[in-house]
Design a protein around this ligand. Structure first.
Ligand code: HEM
Length: 417
């Protein structure tokens, strides 16, 4: 029985949303719709062992997800992290060095410096390099007329772009893939500190990469721009740059991969939308926003209340955890007309794929949008008659909306635009 058929009858009191059974066919949209309507801020008891909490508030409405994300004073990322277990992936005191885990005023300072070095370059200068990489990846598979879109396209492109950005040679990309898989595995296994070894190994490599780039002294490299960036007399040292690179490997890779793969699946499942994009490729930037909304591949992050408070009439106690479901907020009918419809011409773009807004809004959003636009432009141009050639496979994760396989067939289209 699928989750959508049980959603109407289930007793919401009994639902544990952390149980993968609700996600095995993809995010449980019918269940989320009921929660938004009947219990938008709902206590979810935790039956599973190993968490330092017996439950959490499950927050499903667009307006509440936005309100929590914007109020970093009341709802902290730093106090106990952004997952339910504070030590997930790495111990909390290590995690807290990451931008993602900081609260203002520390977060504000650190983010300003990173933004100075990171953002302008990503959006303004990278398109030619990204298109060349996408072309190179598609060249490998196009003549065969068939591929696994996840393994052959969605995985190598964001990894390659990230490596290039960080100044890592192409021959070291398999190492990056190995480390991202280790992080993903630790994330899914739930073992506290499960990725510490992987991070130590990766840190050694990143340390050497940064040292090499400093010795080379290329002022245009991200490392050198980060070293040079200064805000209010503050600069980053090399260990802070290393920590940021570690975060990029986690934050900038699987997210873009999962949006690419789920985005193509959505197009294959809506052939009339795919046709519309082929007929009018100028719609692609708009389609990217709709793909981001419709797939919202980061299902949730967590915040911890720093004081007793009230949210939309619900009393919240200091120390309570709130799990904010971006996946649900992006399909809220208070925010979008007919939100379950996939529509590449939709003009409402306040989706929550990049977070709820406010200070932690995705730092890589500009880069991700650019990558996704170029990927879909090139894939639609070069893969004619795209068809799904077998069932897609999903990662067993409640946090990531992720495909592990998507077999497709196509006929080769023109190489040059
Ligand atoms: C489609 C692809 C992407 C999605 C869906 C996505 C999603 C998100 C989300 C939901 C957050 C909010 C975290 C929070 O509120 O606690 C976030 C933050 C972040 N993202 Fe992305 N992301 C994507 C691509 C990228 C890329 C390409 C990069 C960089 C290369 C990146 C770097 C970051 C960083 C550094 C943060 C932390 C920002 C902060 O805490 O101030 N992301 N992302």
């Amino acid at each position: 029985m699928t989750t959508t058929t049980t959603a109407d009858d289930v007793n919401l009191e009994e639902v544990d949303l952390l149980d993968f059974k609700w996600f095995q066919d993809g995010p449980p949209h019918a269940l989320f719709a009921r929660m938004r309507e009947e219990a938008p801020i709902r206590w979810n008891r935790l039956e599973s062992e190993g968490y330092p909490t017996d439950g959490f508030w499950s927050v499903t409405r667009h307006a509440d997800v936005s309100a929590i994300s914007r109020d970093t004073k009341t709802f902290s990322s730093h106090r106990a992290g952004v997952f339910l277990h504070p030590d997930l992936v790495m111990p909390l005191d290590v995690n807290r060095n990451l931008l993602l885990y900081k609260d203002p005023p520390e977060h504000t300072k650190y983010r300003k410096i990173l933004q100075t070095a990171f953002v302008p370059n990503t959006v303004n200068k990278l398109e030619t390099e990204i298109r060349a990489r996408v072309t190179q990846v598609l060249d490998q598979v196009v003549e065969a007329g068939t591929c696994d879109f996840v393994k052959d396209v969605a995985i190598p492109i964001p990894l390659g772009v990230l490596a290039q950005l960080m100044g890592i040679a192409d021959e070291d990309i398999p190492k990056l893939l190995h480390w991202t898989e280790g992080i993903e595995h630790a994330q899914m296994s739930g073992v506290p500190g499960g990725a510490l070894d992987v991070f130590m190994e990766m840190a050694g490599f990143l340390h050497a990469t940064i040292a090499e780039q400093v010795a080379a002294g290329n002022s245009d490299s991200l490392v050198m721009r980060m070293r040079a960036a200064e805000v209010d007399g503050q600069q980053l040292d090399d260990s802070e740059i290393l920590v940021f690179f570690g975060l990029l490997v986690f934050a900038g890779n699987d997210t873009t991969r999962n949006t690419t793969a789920n985005g193509l699946l959505a197009l294959l499942q809506h052939p009339e939308q795919l046709r519309q994009l082929r007929d009018d490729p100028s719609l692609i930037p708009n389609a990217v926003e709709e793909i981001l909304r419709y797939t919202s591949v980061v299902n949730y992050f967590v915040r911890t209340a720093t004081c007793d408070t009230e949210l939309n009439g619900q009393a919240i106690k200091e120390g309570d955890k709130l799990l904010i479901w971006y996946q649900s907020a992006s399909r809220d009918d208070d925010a979008y007309e007919d939100p379950q419809r996939f529509d590449v011409t939709r003009t409402e773009h306040d989706h929550k794929a990049f977070g709820g807004g406010g200070r932690h809004f995705c730092l890589g959003a500009g880069l991700a949008r650019l990558e996704l636009r170029v990927i879909f432009e090139e894939v639609l141009r070069r893969f004619d008659d795209l068809q799904q050639a077998g069932p897609e496979a999903r990662l067993e994760s409640v946090w990531a909306n992720s495909l592990t396989s998507l077999p497709v067939t196509f006929t080769p289209g023109p190489r040059e635009g």
